[in-house]
Design a protein around this ligand. Structure first.
Ligand SMILES: [Zn+2]
Length: 453
């Protein structure tokens, strides 16, 4: 997450930056990028968008993005071959589990066998080490639980079913205790380390193990109910029962965005419809709360990072701002089939098109790949090729030498959320945009408790 006014990137892991390896020279940039328009004007946080509006021009061949993703994979592989993984972060957000996730995602594409093996070898090495170096850190994106989810999915895909099942069972054991996690103070509900992060992990596992008996017996209803009760508790405390019956805070701040805020919480609740509908009044409470968040949309299409904030400069990041809140609005549109939410998504995407070419690298949390994902979301929602064009523009722009020269280097330049592993996922999704989804933020899938599909 990035909340700084200097455009800096803050995370507990401040390990040495190796971005020079990535930047290389212009000889590392494919020739076709020479046709990508150069940045015209620099703003404090972003590059002015130099691309023409879509007018039906032919789109790039998506297989080129697979080549780009493989180029990044080679950089990542090369970097990690010189690293002692016992000394690295292991989590999904900045650690090796996130790198393994990107490798796995790329490996499911139609690759030459040598490339596929390279992706699988790196994922295996990262996860083998991450599982051995767990540090009891809780939280889905920032702790051990996320390592278990990625490992279960990876080991199943390579046929190591016993290890996959062990990881899945261990995750399920943790989830059983999640409903009692910090229930009273409402800090335990957000995406990074709170309850809905665990739900996001369960949703991802459900996609990979749709008929798994252990998973089907997780009482997701208890977790969903705990989130609802927690939100009601804090809403009452803030006297917002009539306008926003579910309200949340994280370490004393009423965040609005995807990283720690209400929008991701409401969005993920809607991905568990059976459990949600079984809690009396919960659907109505979620809808009123979604509408309350929607009322915060600024005239330029963005959302403030926190409720009531008026003086901060616009943050156009997945973690804070429209590029993250758009997923809640999109889920609300799918859930209630109300075009009001889709129109709000459209306003978000116009803002991202104008101000989303960030100067913070190519990551998905507060980088250009993360801001390219909403266009893939809009493409899936509307089928409008303009959005695919916009996603291609963002993909092409981020690796221009002049853009790299004028961008900040993330603290964790190879990671999933801050670095190029996130770009690997984005580029991979450009190859099959009909299935594209921001990592662990898939609004097109709902968790179902039955084992039949
Ligand atoms: Zn961020």
């Amino acid at each position: 997450m990035d909340f700084s006014s200097e455009g800096g990137v803050h995370h507990p892991d401040q390990r040495h930056s190796h971005s020079e390896d990535l930047r290389g020279g212009s000889d590392k940039i494919p020739a076709r990028f020479q046709n990508v328009p150069e940045p015209r004007h620099l703003h404090h946080r972003y590059f002015e968008n130099p691309f023409p509006e879509y007018s039906g021009m032919p789109l790039r061949d998506p297989s080129q993005y697979l080549e780009d993703a493989l180029g990044l994979l080679r950089d990542i592989y090369h970097y990690f071959s010189g690293v002692n993984l016992g000394h690295t972060e292991i989590d999904i957000y900045t650690g090796t589990a996130g790198v393994a996730y990107a490798c796995h995602r790329l490996s499911t594409q139609n690759l030459e066998e040598a490339n596929r093996q390279m992706a699988l070898r790196l994922a295996d090495r990262c996860l083998d080490s991450a599982l051995r170096h767990r540090n009891r850190e809780q939280g889905f994106l920032t702790g051990d639980p996320g390592v278990l989810v990625v490992s279960a999915i990876f080991y199943k895909s390579v046929g190591n079913l016993e290890k996959a099942e062990d990881c899945l069972q261990e995750y399920v054991k943790i989830c059983v205790t999640v409903d009692t996690l910090k229930v009273k103070d409402s800090t335990g509900d957000e995406m990074f380390a709170g309850r809905v992060g665990y739900l996001a992990g369960l949703l991802e596992l459900w996609k990979a193990f749709p008929n798994n008996k252990v998973l089907s017996h997780v009482d997701v209803g208890k977790i969903v109910e705990a989130v609802v009760l927690s939100g009601r508790h804090y809403s009452k405390k803030k006297k917002l029962q009539d306008t926003c019956p579910l309200y949340f805070y994280h370490y004393g701040t009423d965040y609005l965005g995807a990283a720690h805020g209400i929008s991701a919480i409401l969005q993920i609740l809607l991905c568990f419809p059976e459990a949600l509908l079984s809690v009396r009044g919960a659907e109505n409470d979620v809808r009123k709360s979604v509408d309350y968040v929607l009322c915060q949309q600024l005239t330029n299409g963005n959302f403030p990072a926190t409720f009531g904030e008026t003086d901060r400069e616009d943050l156009v990041h997945w973690c804070h701002g429209a590029p993250g809140v758009i997923y809640m609005l999109a889920k609300a549109y799918l859930f209630w089939n109300d075009k009001t939410y889709l129109e709000a998504c459209g306003r978000c995407s116009e803002l991202i098109w104008r101000k989303g070419l960030l100067r913070k690298g190519s990551g998905i949390c507060h980088g250009i790949s993360g801001n390219g994902y909403p266009f893939l979301l809009m493409y899936r929602l509307t089928g409008n090729e303009m959005y695919l064009y916009r996603a291609h523009c963002f993909a092409d722009f981020q690796f221009l030498p002049s853009v790299l020269d004028k961008s900040r280097t993330p603290d964790n330049p190879y990671s999933l959320f801050e670095g190029v592993s996130g770009a690997v996922c984005f580029l991979t999704d450009l190859v099959s945009p009909a299935n594209a989804a921001f990592p662990f933020f898939d609004i097109f899938t709902d968790f179902k408790s039955t084992v039949d599909r």
